[in-house]
Design a protein around this ligand. Structure first.
Ligand code: TRP
Length: 75
């Protein structure tokens, strides 16, 4: 698990409005929310996929930067 490079991928989320939620989902057979971070307009969160986090869900208007490209949830 620790050698999996994908766990070290960083992503950046920039909120375009108040109250954007970044929700972390657990790795493994049990997929559930484990953390919700609330961002206000202009706030930026840098995070990684980890041993504990295999997916994220972003709710609200934000720009998400990953090594695969940029996604604007508003477009
Ligand atoms: N404790 C979490 C972890 O190590 C922290 C975390 C990392 C997180 N990436 C995240 C929380 C993405 C929410 C979204 O996995």
């Amino acid at each position: 698990m620790e050698n999996n490079q994908h766990h070290h991928d960083f992503f950046v989320i920039k909120a375009k409005e108040n109250g954007v939620h970044v929700i972390g989902l657990t790795r493994g057979t049990d997929t559930r929310f484990h953390h919700t971070e609330k961002l206000d307009k202009g706030e930026v969160m840098l995070a990684q996929f980890t041993e504990h986090t295999s997916a994220i869900k972003v709710r609200g208007k934000a720009v998400i930067f990953t090594r695969h490209g940029v996604v604007d949830t508003d477009e």
